[in-house]
Each structure stands twice: as C-alpha cells, then as structure tokens.
Design a protein around this ligand. Structure first.
Ligand code: MN
Length: 250
C-alpha cells in the first residue's frame, strides 16, 4: 500500500515544486511504500536513528517519532533504540532525542498490559469470557476464530489467570490442541510437572486427561484452542487450581 504524503507540496509546492514532488511521490510514494521489502516499523526505526545521528531535533524529527509510534514502536523500544544508538551517534544527540521522544510517547505512560499484549499478537483478544468465567480464576477473554468444521478459539488469560482442572471427554477421537500465540503461560497434567509455554509451542491434550492451562503469574498469555473432532465429546470442569499449586510455578 502506498504511503500518502502531502507535506512536500503543502510546504514547498509553490517554492520548490520538484523537491515537493520528489518528497511526496518518490521518497514516500515509492521508497517508504515498499512494505513488502521492509516494514514501515523498520523504516521508521532506520529513519529515526539516521536523523538522531545528525543531531536533528526539529519538526521533521518530531514527525518521524510520531510516525514511528504509529508504526508500532513502543515506548520501551524507542528508549532502547536511542540508548543503543547513543553509543554510535553520540551521547548529547541521544539526550536531545530523548527530550522529544519523551513527549511523543508521553500518553503511553499508562498503557495497560492488555493493549501491549494485543500488539504482540495478530489474533484479536476478543470479549471477556463471561460464559466460562465460573471455570476460571482471574479474567480471561475469548475470540472465536472458526466455528465450523473444526472449532478454533483464541483464549487470552491476564497475568495469574488460569482455568480450572478439567477433562475433555470423548468416546472416540476428541481432546484438544493448544497453539500458543503470545505471552507466557503453563500447561499441567494431573500428577505431572507444569510445562512452560511460549509462542509457537503446541500442546496435544489427549481425551480423558485431567489438566489445566493458563497464564504465568507475571505475564499475559494467549493460545488458540482447537477442538479435536470426536464422538460424544464433552468437557468436565473440576476444582480450581489452588494458589498452592499455581504458586509453585517459577
Ligand atoms: Mn483443556
């Protein structure tokens, strides 16, 4: 998708029409727009560092910081980027850049964990999981992704949230597959050690095995839950995972 830029023509269209056209149509319209070659986020990162390295802290730098934020660079990331670049570009330049970056990301001071978690994940967090809330400790969220053929649901757990011990029953086939997509969590079968889960991990849960899954105490967590087709499938919800059991997780 082409990046639409009109700043060149707006500021210099009369005075320097060629410069304005190169700025709007070539730099932004062609180079910035090659998203298939390099993401907008990465282009922002390169641009911010390049401007900072020259000691530019004018309105164009502010524009590029704002764009970088819009392109997904977080408050924590810009702090890390400028700190890193400071060693190569010069300490005073980082000081100057930080003054402006602090303003641009100011309203993100109170950004909540849920919003940060969502930005790490392509699937929506979805709505509060009220229908199953009585089978969970803490707040969970549910987003159906597929409700025909094979049911696929994105389940998100706030830090400390986990579902109760439960069993996926089936006369034949059945069970559940978890595909971890964001954050950090745990899966535990009754009588066994808990397994720590990270994005990309897959858990095959056979039918008739008592287990729970949920977030780590200090991290949001999302997994896709896939219902494995079978005969006479049902879920049996059991007791909550106690703080004693959950508290043993590192
Ligand atoms: Mn399960």
């Amino acid at each position: 998708m082409a990046v639409k830029q009109t700043a060149g023509r707006a500021a210099l269209g009369e005075f320097a029409p060629k410069f304005a056209q190169l700025n709007d149509d070539v730099l932004f319209g062609e180079v910035w727009s090659r998203e298939d070659k390099l993401s907008l986020r990465d282009r922002s990162l390169v641009t911010v560092v390049a401007l900072m390295a020259q000691g530019l802290v004018d309105s164009s730098f502010q524009y590029h910081l704002t764009t970088a934020k819009h392109n997904g660079i977080t408050r924590q990331e810009i702090a890390e980027i400028l700190t890193h670049a400071a060693f190569y570009a010069g300490w005073p330049k980082a000081w100057a850049a930080f003054r402006m970056a602090k303003e641009v990301w100011a309203e993100d001071d109170g950004e909540d964990g849920k919003a940060m978690h969502q930005r790490e994940m392509v699937f929506p967090i979805g709505a509060p999981n009220d229908g199953f809330a009585r089978y969970f400790v803490g707040q969970s969220y549910l987003q159906p992704l597929s409700t025909s053929q094979v049911g696929v649901y994105n389940v998100t757990f706030e830090p400390g949230c986990r579902n109760n011990w439960h069993i996926h029953h089936a006369a034949k086939g059945g069970g559940q597959i978890l595909v971890c997509v964001a954050g950090r969590g745990y899966y535990q079968e009754w009588g066994r050690e808990a397994r720590e889960l990270h994005p990309g991990d897959v858990v095959n849960i056979p039918p008739e095995v008592k287990h729970w899954h949920g977030a780590a105490p200090d991290s949001w967590f999302s997994h896709l839950a896939l219902e494995v087709p079978g005969e006479d499938c049902s879920n049996e919800w059991l007791e909550a995972v106690t703080d004693e059991v959950y508290g043993k997780l590192s």
